[in-house]
Design a protein around this ligand. Structure first.
Ligand code: FEO
Length: 394
């Protein structure tokens, strides 16, 4: 990524990763990603805000060389995860006089995760500032975005918020700014769903606090900068609101067609009742799209055959993920078929506890669904509609 001036004496020095296809060995990256770092030059001092993933550390160093940076006084670390902190050991070697500025919790994690000697830190409290000379960095503690140590950094004179992972998007783009709202909505929502959704209660509080700041641009740690911050702030207010829509997400697997027959029947029954259905075959579905659909859905239905004595193993992984993402879904149901028995409903029911949803009556049937099972699916569709009406989303 070339060095660009974001504002007078504030530069982007991070790196685009066009080729990365998977994050955390879990999250698909259809659009690549970037590891953003920023350099702020005051008349007295210079600060680097965050570093980059260590797989790209040489490019970060090259960008600092391109800018002619001979000294760095402060390295602000907003977040200890290695895609932002992992180049810190190299930067500390190159700039031995630099002081790491971070929260107490982040300091502890950096020492633990990167083996950094516990001597080069300046620990900052919420609201503390550092004057670089005509540039003032203010630190806003924001624990659980999405780790417990995180902070945001606000540069008062330019009114730029360096938001770390918050408001990020996994997008590799040569553009400094998001080009238009339509293009950035989906990647930002995908990022929110995969990373931030479990912490939406905390994030709602940070959104309230940010209302008291005059922000001209939001510069996150992944993806382009938001030159029109109102767009992403409004989107986050919507996503974190706990409001749900008249939508059912059906996550299904079918080995020989029996479960699929039930899924098709239930889908038709729900659509007939005016409910939007989003259907995902989890053996091939993009989990980012599943996560996004869970941001809005009022109800999730897990549909799986029985493998040996329990749910299909691939469904176990997705049900676990749905539970830990803690979407705001209000209702959940389990349907499917079995050959000779098993504990599928019990196993999946336990895994879905994290949803804190109303567990609706399961429909689990031996072999191909017949009249009785299909009637129960109609009753399930009736119950889902009733729940949605009770929640006033129909
Ligand atoms: Fe982009 Fe939580 O690291």
């Amino acid at each position: 990524m070339p060095v660009r001036e974001l504002s007078p004496d504030i530069y982007t020095v991070g790196v685009i990763d066009w080729d990365r296809t998977l994050f955390d060995e879990l999250i698909p990256l259809p659009d690549g990603t970037s590891y953003n770092a920023y350099l702020v030059k005051g008349s007295e001092k210079t600060a680097l805000i965050d570093t980059v993933d260590p797989i790209k550390e040489e490019e970060l160093v090259l960008n600092l060389v391109r800018l002619g940076i001979g000294a760095i006084d402060y390295i602000v670390i907003n977040h200890a995860e290695q895609d932002h902190s992992g180049s810190l050991p190299m930067i500390l070697e190159l700039f031995p006089m630099a002081t790491i500025v971070t929260t107490a919790k982040c300091r502890e994690l950096l020492v633990s995760l990167l083996g950094i000697p516990d001597i080069r830190f300046k620990t900052v409290e919420d609201g503390d500032t550092i004057d670089l000379g005509g540039k003032t960095l203010e630190f806003l503690h924001a624990p659980w975005v999405h780790w417990p140590e995180t902070m945001l950094t606000y540069e008062r004179e330019s009114r730029i918020l360096f938001s770390c992972d918050l408001f990020g998007s996994h997008v590799a783009s040569s553009g400094l700014f998001h080009s238009d709202e339509c293009a950035c909505y989906e990647p930002a929502k995908r990022y929110y769903a995969e990373i931030m959704m479990p912490f939406r209660g905390s994030i709602r509080g940070y959104l309230e606090r940010l209302l008291t700041y005059d922000i001209t641009a939001i510069a996150p740690s992944h993806g382009p900068v938001y030159g029109q911050p109102a767009f992403i702030l409004d989107a986050y207010r919507d996503w974190t609101s706990d409001e749900v829509k008249n939508e059912v997400v059906i996550l299904y697997i079918s080995m020989h067609g029996s479960t699929r027959k039930m899924v098709d029947y239930l889908t038709t029954a729900l659509v007939d009742r005016g409910i939007t259905v989003r259907l995902f075959n989890v053996t091939v579905a993009d989990i980012g799209k599943i996560a996004m659909s869970l941001v809005d859905a009022a109800t999730v239905v897990i549909a799986t055959p029985t493998v040996l004595f329990g749910p299909h193993p691939r469904m176990v992984a997705v049900a676990y993920l749905a539970g830990v993402l803690r979407p705001g879904v209000r209702n959940a149901a389990i349907i499917g078929s079995y050959g000779w028995g098993g504990k599928t409903v019990k196993v999946l029911g336990d895994m879905l506890q994290g949803l804190k949803a109303n567990m609706l009556e399961p429909v689990y049937t031996k072999g191909l669904a017949k009249e009785d099972a299909l009637h129960k699916l109609d009753l399930l569709a009736d119950e889902i509609l009733k729940k949605h009406k009770d929640d006033r989303i129909v």
